[in-house]
Every structure is written in structure tokens, then in C-alpha cells.
Write a protein that binds this ligand. Structure first.
Ligand code: HEM
Length: 505
């Protein structure tokens, strides 16, 4: 090595070390968020990575501990704070008049930026949401209600067959089969047919579960899925079987989307309800660049994900909680017997949601299922945001997890107790007071697009199942199987047993 070369290496090394030192010191001491409370290490994304990747979806629980130590606002990332203050939820999320974006770091987790759900920019989002929203109004959901009833009946018929054969029903999977078939029917015009699968759709769930489990690492290394995609499939099978399942699933939804675009519109014209992705592909609102195959297929995939696990999860928890509490189960059976004299004529979900106990059960199950455990961070790119005496600089990500509100003993005394009666009766003052703090669907311009569809599926399913199978009982399912121990956007239980299983009789 000659002297010039050695000098250059030393200079470059010194500059690099200086830059790294500057970067570290800046984040720790000179960054606008440096004065906010919180652990110093949270100034680096790797801190979140440790909890979410190494410890598997644990950062939200760590954030809970940070609040106990540092108070209602904490710095949880280099450019992100988290607030724990139920009264502030509306203020943060209902800033609909402001142009509030989603936080690109956080929402990179599923590697699908072209979908509506993780769209960052508020203007682009508005365009995409406006195209989808009409298909999820009350009137639109009423049009697909008969379809929901058909699927619930198919589920119930399969359960009746299991009863005759005295076999166990893996309800965790069974519910997800139904919600997948429903959303695929509505989005693609063709059911994925999970309810007919012998394995109750376990392989389908396993692919999605793999994606959610990868979400923490995708956030840390956004190109990782592209790297996996570029690998020969046999290599990927060795490196990451989960990623292989994810890519196969993406190929399958691509094929569904391609099939929609090839379908003669007359096929859809004869139906009493629309096919959402066909309508989006032919929307007058969207410019051509929003109607490329890639974007449509990505949105379709995301809608499938958004629509099936969430609803399946609440249904699973609700059924478990009802069956676990004999007194509530008995009262519900009586309420449904009176309201539904003929078990084959289930009233509309809008009628069912007026039943005092059933509606209290649904609210309480939503509270305990939480919806998104994750912190749903927003960014106001232009204006600073005030929280108490804290002025949070423009461009900072600010999030609030509904987990801490749903489980707040100040709002919901004994929050881990399943107590549908805390919700009083529909329209009672206590129900209205508590509803102000029930946010399973989020709030504001980015709140869930489909609460009506979710409510319709929940009410029709639980009413049918409880009314038709009075002898339904939990089978070999422990609290451990039900406990939410990971935050993969929604709270998820361990993926080791079958989850909720039931038997009839
Ligand atoms: C129990 C059922 C459901 C729960 C708890 C739930 C929860 C949520 C939450 C919390 C968000 C906001 C996410 C955020 O701020 O980042 C959201 C958004 C969304 N959900 Fe749901 N959801 C449910 C059912 C559904 C269904 C059935 C669909 C069917 C299509 C759906 C589609 C969407 C979409 C497209 C968005 C993105 C909306 C936007 O960004 O404008 N969800 N959901």
C-alpha cells in the first residue's frame, strides 16, 4: 500500500466515523424530538426492530411500559411519538380538514404502497378511497346481505355435518373461511371456496400469517420482499418458507385480478350487487395510472387482507367469550329465541343490532378484540401539532394505539372482564358515553371503510350460530390459545394450536 493510498483510507475512515458519530449525537441530542420523554435508544429504528423482529411483535407492549415510566407522550422512534390519552384520540385522528398523511416507515410493513390502506399521501388516498367507499355504505351492504346469509348458512350446514359425525370444528379457521369467501365474492366476483376445503383453509391462513410475521422485518428492510422475489423458488423454500407462501399467495390474487379484467361485463351485469374490483378497474374517477394491473391487484390483495382476518378475529373472540360465560350464553339464547322464532329466518343485521344483550356482546367483543393493536401513526407535513404543553414539530409521526384505550380501567372498569352489560341498552346514556371510546375501526379520514360490512357479518353469524346450535361448547381450547401475544397490526394469538375449537352436543 503506498502512502497516498493509506492517507486516503485514513481520511475516508475518519470522515465516515465522524458522520456516524454526528448521526448518533444528532438523533440523541439535537433532533427536534430529543427533548421528548422516552428511552434514548428509541431514537433508532433498530430499537423497534429488536422488539418487533427479534421478540416478534412486542413493541406495542414495550410502548405501554414506556408510558408507565415517562407519562402520556413518549418518543418511540427517530421521528415518531406515541400518545396515551383517550381524550386526545378524536383530536389526532379526526383532523379531517387538515391534510394528514400516514407514516411511510410504519406502513411500509406489508410492502404494498399502491393499495388504499397504506397509501401515504392524503390527496392520493382521497381519490382511492372515494372510489371504494360507495361499495361499503349501508345501502350497498344491504344489497350483499343475502350473500352473507348464504355463506353463514353454508358454514352452519358444515357445522351441522360435524355435529352428526361428532367431529371437532376448528372455529378459528371456519370463521376465517367464511370471511374470506365473503370478501372474495364481493371484491372478485368469485369465492375462493375456503368453506369447502377439507383443511378449513389452514394453508391459506398460514400464508397470511407468514406475511404478518414478516411485517416487522419488512419495515426494517423494505426491499427484503423484492430480494425474496428475485430468488429461485427452491432457494427461497430453504431461506424463508414463510416468504415463499406470501409470494405464492400474491400470485394467486394476481390471477384473480387478471380473471376479473378478462370477464365479460355482462356476467356482472346480471348480479344484484357489484363486483368491487371490476368497478374500480372501470371507474371514471380514477386516472389511468391508478388503473394499472399492478395497482389494482395490489389493492385487491390488501382489501382481502383487511376484510378477512379482522372480522374473523372478532367473531372468534366473541364466540369464545359467550361460550365461556354460561349465564350470558343462556341469556343470549333466550333473547335470540324470542327475536328469531324460526331459526331459518334470521332478521336483517339492522334489526339484530337493536337487541340489547346481543348488541352489548358485540360492543364488548369489539372492545376486547381491540381492532388494530398497532399505533396507526399520522404525519401532519405542514403544521406542528399541539398536545398539552408539547409542540410536536410538523413532519413528526404521531400515533395512538387503541389497545390502551380499550383496556383502560378508568374508562372500562375491570377491563379484562367480559361484561356486555356495561354497555347498557341501545341508545342509553351509558352506551353513548362508552361508545365515544370504542375505536376498533379507527377514526377520521383513514378509518375503516367497511364497518357496515363487518357489523353485518358479525350480527348475522353470531345470531345464526347461537340460535341454530344451542348445545355449542368449547372443545380443548385454553386461555393460552386465545391470548393476544403479538402485535402484527391486529393482536394475534400464538400460532401453535388450532385456536378456538368447538363441538356441538
Ligand atoms: C371487525 C372488522 C374490522 C376491523 C376491526 C377493521 C379495522 C380497521 C382499522 C382500525 C382501520 C384503520 C387502519 C389505519 O388507520 O391504518 C381499517 C382500515 C381499512 N379497512 Fe377495516 N376493519 C374491519 C373490517 C374490514 C372489512 C370487512 C373490510 C373490507 C373491505 C375492511 C377494509 C378496510 C380498508 C380498505 C381500510 C383502509 C381505509 C383507508 O385507508 O381509507 N375492513 N380497518
Amino acid at each position: 500500500m503506498n502512502l497516498d493510498h493509506a492517507n486516503t483510507t485514513v481520511i475516508l475512515g475518519t470522515v465516515l466515523c465522524g458522520l456516524i458519530a454526528y448521526f448518533i449525537l444528532y438523533r440523541l441530542y439535537f433532533h427536534p424530538l430529543a427533548k421528548f420523554p422516552g428511552p434514548k435508544l428509541a431514537a433508532f429504528h433498530i430499537y423497534e426492530g429488536y422488539y418487533d423482529v427479534v421478540k416478534k411483535g412486542q413493541y406495542i407492549f414495550e410502548i405501554g411500559k414506556m408510558h408507565q415510566k415517562y407519562g402520556p407522550i413518549v418518543r418511540i422512534g427517530p421521528n415518531e411519538v406515541h400518545i396515551l390519552d383517550a381524550e386526545y384520540y378524536e383530536v389526532l385522528y379526526a383532523q379531517t380538514n387538515n391534510k394528514v398523511d400516514k407514516y411511510h416507515w410504519f406502513y411500509s410493513m406489508l410492502g404494498n404502497p399502491q393499495a388504499t390502506f397504506p397509501t401515504i399521501n392524503s390527496d392520493v388516498h382521497r381519490l382511492r378511497r372515494n372510489t371504494l367507499a360507495p361499495f361499503f355504505s349501508i345501502a350497498a351492504v344491504s344489497k350483499i346481505e343475502p350473500q352473507i346469509n348464504l355463506l353463514v348458512s353454508r358454514l352452519a350446514d358444515r357445522m351441522a355435518t360435524c355435529a352428526k359425525e361428532d367431529t371437532v370444528i376448528p372455529l378459528f379457521y371456519a370463521y376465517r373461511c367464511m370471511t374470506v369467501d365473503m370478501i372474495s365474492e364481493y371484491a372478485f366476483g368469485k369465492q375462493l371456496g375456503l368453506l369447502d376445503r377439507k383443511d378449513w383453509g389452514k394453508s391459506f391462513y398460514s400464508a397470511w400469517r407468514a406475511l404478518w410475521e414478516l411485517s416487522g422485518i419488512i419495515r426494517q428492510i423494505p426491499v427484503i420482499m423484492d430480494i425474496f422475489d428475485a430468488m429461485p423458488r427452491w432457494v427461497l423454500q430453504i431461506v424463508s418458507p414463510g416468504a415463499l407462501e406470501v409470494l405464492d399467495m400474491k400470485d394467486a390474487t394476481d390471477a384473480q385480478m387478471a380473471a376479473i379484467l378478462d370477464t365479460d361485463p355482462k356476467v356482472y351485469g346480471e348480479r344484484t350487487y357489484p363486483t368491487v374490483m371490476w368497478e374500480v378497474a372501470h371507474s371514471d374517477i380514477l386516472p389511468p395510472e391508478e388503473k394499472t394491473f399492478r395497482r389494482l391487484a395490489t389493492d385487491a390483495n390488501s382489501i382481502l387482507a383487511a376484510g378477512f382476518e379482522t372480522t374473523g378475529n372478532v367473531l372468534t373472540l366473541m364466540t369464545y367469550l359467550v361460550l365461556q360465560h354460561n349465564d350470558i350464553h343462556e341469556r343470549l339464547k333466550n333473547e335470540l329465541k324470542d327475536a328469531i322464532p324460526d331459526e331459518n329466518a334470521i332478521p336483517s343485521w339492522q334489526v339484530l343490532e337493536k337487541l340489547p344483550l346481543l348488541s352489548g356482546i358485540v360492543k364488548e367483543s369489539f372492545r376486547m378484540a381491540v381492532g388494530a393493536f398497532s399505533r396507526l401513526p399520522r404525519v401532519n407535513p405542514k403544521e406542528s401539532v399541539q398536545y398539552k404543553h408539547w409542540t410536536i414539530p410538523a413532519g413528526t409521526a404521531i400515533g395512538m394505539s387503541n389497545l390502551f384505550i380499550s383496556m383502560s380501567p378508568d374508562i372500562f372498569p375491570s377491563p379484562t372482564t367480559f361484561d356486555p352489560d356495561r354497555w347498557g341498552t341501545p341508545n342509553s346514556p351509558e352506551r353513548r358515553r362508552l361508545e365515544r371510546h370504542l375505536h376498533p375501526f379507527g377514526k377520521g379520514s383513514r378509518m375503516c371503510i367497511a364497518p357496515n360490512m363487518a357489523y353485518a357479518e358479525l350480527y348475522l353469524t353470531i345470531a345464526t350460530i347461537v340460535r341454530r346450535f344451542p348445545n355449542l361448547r368449547i372443545w380443548e381450547t385454553s386461555e393460552r390459545d386465545m391470548e393476544y401475544v403479538h402485535d402484527y397490526f391486529a393482536g394475534m394469538a400464538r400460532h401453535e394450536n388450532n385456536g378456538l375449537q368447538v363441538k356441538i352436543g
